[in-house]
Design a binder for this molecule. Structure first.
Ligand code: C2E
Ligand code: C2E
Ligand code: C2E
Length: 88
């Protein structure tokens, strides 16, 4: 059975994620910065991340990937539709 319940692409709003007020997501922010460095992807306002990386972060946060997605959504750092995001 698939360990990743959510099938849609995980896209992070970097401006909101890197907002210093979000202490709870400090480790997600560190991880996202590391991915940006590995890809050389510095100029984006959003970042699509791998499902396996979400799984690794969920282990770190001691929750399921679905719960971590909910947490990210609660903090308003998930982009549901990146194309709509840029159109707005
Ligand atoms: P790699 O995993 O050997 O991937 C080499 C290249 O294949 C990547 O170069 C990228 O152009 C492409 N690639 C691999 N997987 C995907 C994918 O799911 N979608 C897309 N669109 N392209 C993919 P890139 O982006 O310069 O990354 C260089 C290396 O940095 C990667 O080598 C990998 O070791 C690491 N890396 C980059 N992004 C991530 C990430 O999100 N998570 C992890 N764990 N490693 C990453
Ligand atoms: P864009 O870069 O003009 O890409 C438009 C669409 O082309 C993407 O829609 C996707 O369907 C496809 N596409 C572009 N690059 C890749 C790729 O490496 N792999 C695959 N499989 N498809 C690709 P999508 O995903 O809805 O993204 C919309 C826009 O959101 C993108 O426009 C880009 O501006 C932004 N975006 C999404 N993910 C990232 C990211 O990880 N880094 C950055 N810098 N921008 C991103
Ligand atoms: P995407 O590029 O549309 O890729 C969708 C899925 O196709 C990926 O989900 C992965 O399962 C598979 N895939 C695509 N390219 C490769 C590849 O070169 N090697 C392997 N082993 N699988 C590949 P995943 O991993 O959950 O990634 C979700 C999204 O995160 C990707 O959508 C892409 O936008 C971004 N991403 C992931 N890894 C990289 C990377 O290394 N570099 C870049 N630039 N973007 C990445």
């Amino acid at each position: 059975a698939p360990r990743q319940e959510a099938t849609s692409k995980i896209v992070l709003d970097l401006e909101r994620l890197y907002d210093g007020a979000k202490e709870d997501l400090a480790s997600v922010a560190r991880y996202a910065r590391a991915i940006q460095q590995q890809r050389g992807d510095y100029n984006g306002r959003v970042l699509s991340i791998r499902a396996v990386d979400l799984q690794a972060l969920a282990v770190f946060y001691d929750c399921t990937p679905t719960e971590l997605i909910e947490r990210l959504a609660d903090h308003g750092v998930l982009v549901a539709d990146p194309r709509a995001f840029f159109a707005s």
